[in-house]
Design a protein around this ligand. Structure first.
Ligand code: MSP
Length: 505
């Protein structure tokens, strides 16, 4: 069944540091998807949620370092995230912060329901703990006292905590993933999760931290001396932002009804939490599952991870001020197929800029509108007769709406780069057509009918391109549309003046 309503989410980002290109990637992808669905289905049928993850050790520590209270600290960093989303033209419908009352209330209610159902129990925990990752490691998964994820030294701890019965749901989850082919995407990630589940026995999840060790969190309703583990708290944002539990413990939300396609876009680093913890939490609370958890790849810098300690963190604002907003959006969505890792570099952006944007799209728009003004004073003529290639271009315009759907559906793995390639096929066909037709000769030879039809077709191409790039590059789309006008062409300056490699702007 194809659904007609969409609830699209990004991860909620930690506010312990400023946002970087990795954060902007998921958010730009979600924005592009939401814009397309709104255009196709109407504003009221799409809900796009993003937000911030504000509790936990990392934040508490960052606040201490900044000599601020945790709340004052998070309030400050949230402003940076919201500012960035404004700069990046992100059309979210709602922004959830985990320190908001609506979220805290839902998390506590959720915990209560699971506790009363017997899926949360108290136990003594003794073992290894990675404080920066906030993760307990069973002896079976470590070889020495080092965190398998971040490689930092583990601490030996012993304390009373609360545990969530993940293990009870292991067989159910395997069955669910096997039955629902689009639940985890791309397939490589689905296979990873399935083989992990089949080869390992799930260990119950420790969902509390004693107040003495961590105070910055949501108190457990049944044990106020403990706060909720930050991941258990964070995942619930996807429902706390859109609904509430009623007195019968049913979760009610227009955006979580069966007829809504719920899509969580995440990075591959947080797959385990979204593909194992979250479905089991929902199942235990009697709530339906999302339709798709899609894990995209990572942007690397010179094949290396981006991190504060390596000093190679790229700020999206710098990229936007250097190259322009839509160039940045276009680069992220076109340079790597969604789901794969990519290498981020300014050289790669400049290459895309000078090629796809300046030479191809920018040039097509500029030369066409120049001709329309020169030969027809900006009045778009009618179309009388097209040659074979002209007809092929016309067919391509008609085919585009269905060709670009690969970018916007889960089955095709939200293949943004392929959708863009389809649009650029048209751009390239049209540029080639200009070279072959040599309209300047048609003008010289007074071949009025051919020239009219040619210009008309080229304007149609540009209009189609502007329409279809709009979810990816909303500003550029508007700029082109404005030049096309409603009744008369009004050419503006070139959209993407080439960047000289020797002297980057
Ligand atoms: N707070 C958790 C998520 C909770 S969701 C219920 C978290 N936050 S985070 O600030 O660390 O951001 C994680 C997300 O940022 C990743 O899932 C991914 O979407 C994105 N990225 C962070 N670094 C990245 C790259 N270098 N490349 C691409 N995206 C990456 O985890």
């Amino acid at each position: 069944m194809t659904k007609k309503k969409f609830y699209i989410t990004t991860p909620i980002y930690y506010v312990n540091a400023s946002p970087h290109i990795g954060h902007s990637y998921t958010t730009i992808a979600a924005d592009t998807l939401s814009r397309y669905k709104r255009e196709a289905l109407g504003e009221g049928n799409v809900w796009f949620l993003t937000g911030t993850d504000e509790h936990g050790q990392k934040i508490q520590r960052a606040a201490e370092e900044a000599k601020l209270s945790p709340k004052a600290f998070v309030d400050r960093v949230v402003v940076q995230f919201k500012g960035l989303w404004k700069t990046l033209n992100i059309s979210y419908n709602d922004f959830i912060r985990t320190t908001e009352e609506r979220h805290i209330k839902t998390v506590q209610r959720f915990l209560d329901i699971l506790y009363k159902n017997g899926d949360i129990y108290e136990d003594k925990y003794e073992g290894w703990y990675c404080t920066p990752c906030e993760t307990f490691w069973p002896p079976s998964q470590i070889t020495e006292a080092v965190c398998p994820d971040c490689k930092r030294t583990l601490e030996k701890i012993s304390e009373t905590n609360y545990f969530f019965k993940l293990s009870k749901y292991q067989d159910w989850l395997i069955g669910y993933i096997e039955k629902n082919g689009l639940f985890i995407e791309p397939q490589i990630r689905r296979n990873e999760v399935l083989s992990f589940l089949k080869l390992n026995k799930l260990i119950d999840l420790c969902i509390s931290r004693p107040q003495e060790r961590l105070s910055w969190g949501i108190p457990l309703p049944f044990s106020p001396g403990h706060v909720t583990y930050v991941w258990f708290d964070a995942l619930i944002n996807y429902i706390s932002a859109v609904g509430e539990f009623d007195e019968k413990n049913r979760f009610n939300s227009a955006w979580w009804e069966p007829e809504v396609e719920v899509i969580h876009l995440i990075g591959k680093d947080i797959l385990r939490q979204h593909a194992i913890y979250w479905p089991i939490m929902l199942q235990a609370a009697g709530i339906r599952q999302p339709d798709t958890v899609f894990a995209h790849g990572w942007w690397m810098i010179d094949q290396d991870k981006m991190s504060k300690s390596r000093g190679n963190v790229v700020n999206p604002i710098d990229m936007v001020s250097k190259f322009g907003l839509d160039v940045y959006r276009y680069f992220l969505l076109s340079d790597v197929q969604f789901g794969y890792d990519g290498n981020f570099s300014e050289e790669a952006i400049i290459k895309r800029f000078n090629g796809d944007l300046a030479n191809d799209l920018g040039n097509l728009v500029y030369r066409t509108l120049t001709m329309a003004e020169k030969y027809f004073q900006g009045n778009v003529p009618g179309k009388d007769q097209l040659d074979e290639q002209g007809k092929r271009i016309e067919d391509k315009i008609k085919a585009l709406p269905s060709e670009i759907t690969v970018s916007f559906n889960a089955k095709a793995c939200f293949n943004f780069s392929l959708g863009l390639e389809k649009i650029w096929d048209l751009v390239n066909m049209a540029n080639k057509y200009v070279e072959e037709t040599k309209p300047w000769n048609l003008a010289k030879e007074n071949k009025e009918t051919e020239l009219k039809s040619f210009i008309r077709l080229m304007v149609d191409v540009i209009r189609a391109v502007a329409k279809h790039i709009s979810p990816f590059m909303p500003q550029t789309s508007e700029l082109i549309m404005a030049q096309l006008g409603t009744d008369k062409i009004k050419k503006d300056k070139p959209l993407f003046p080439r960047i000289e490699i020797d002297k980057p702007r």
